[in-house]
Design a protein around this ligand. Structure first.
Ligand SMILES: *Cc1c(COP(=O)(O)O)cnc(C)c1O
Length: 222
């Protein structure tokens, strides 16, 4: 077993003091590690890859809540929509349409977060402010009856520059505050193993932690 229980207890208590939530990111990690952390009381697990999530979902107890946090392709929505509690990375209106379609078919409401591009890097996915405004406008016009937008999600640049990370999280928090009351948003998903403390200080309500709990990953698909 390679889970870090000391970090788990530490992060759990920090998260609690901020009244935030912890998503344990278990991508590439074996089911046994997930079960071990679940045994310690962790309910919410985040996965990035559709096939991997489906395999784990089938074998894991139903008491686990799964979040999809990776980049989601429209043609794979049908596999995960029925089994996840929250989809973090909505980065196009096309994807939202497909999720709405599948949720309608499954007679359910899909909880989603809209991913905002806040990093300097080109490589990170996400909507810009204009696209966000457009999507929220379409939602308020009733175009997405089976979608519940719960909030926003973002990833800071991969850098040691704490000021830059803080500025990026602050810009996301500002957007969140701009829309949260009109659209009933209650979730701001930001912060990973290396930057969760900054994220919480900037107003994060949900951090996504992988390597600090499960150790370094051997390979990093993205
Ligand atoms: C992998 C991943 C994480 C967790 O990253 P760590 O640095 O291992 O904590 C969080 N969010 C997303 C979107 C990820 O892909």
């Amino acid at each position: 077993m390679s889970i870090n229980l000391i970090n788990y207890e530490k992060i759990k208590s920090i998260v609690k003091s901020y009244h935030a939530q912890l998503v344990a990111v278990s991508k590439t990690k074996p089911l046994d590690d997930i079960l071990a952390l679940h045994q310690e009381g962790q309910i919410v697990f985040g996965e990035n890859y559709v096939q991997e999530l489906m395999d784990k979902f089938e074998k894991a107890p139903a008491t686990i809540d799964w979040h999809f946090i990776g980049h989601l392709q429209s043609n794979k929505v049908k596999y995960i929509q029925p089994i996840v509690k929250l989809i973090h990375g909505i980065d196009s209106e096309k994807l939202l349409m497909e999720i709405n379609k599948q949720a309608t078919k499954n007679n359910s409401v899909a909880n989603v977060l809209l991913q905002i591009h806040i990093a300097q890097e080109e490589s990170k996915f996400g909507l810009d402010e204009q696209e966000l405004a457009q999507i929220l406008g379409n939602i308020s016009r009733g175009n997405y009856a089976n979608i519940n937008v719960k909030g926003l999600m973002g990833m800071a640049s991969f850098t040691d520059n704490q000021t830059q990370i803080k500025n990026e999280f602050t810009s996301l928090k500002k957007l969140f505050d701009q829309y949260s009351s009109d659209y009933n948003l209650d979730t701001l998903s930001m912060g990973m193993s290396s930057d969760y403390q900054i994220a919480l200080d900037c107003g994060s309500t949900m951090i996504r932690i992988g390597s600090a709990l499960f150790g370094e990953r051997n390979y990093q698909k993205s």
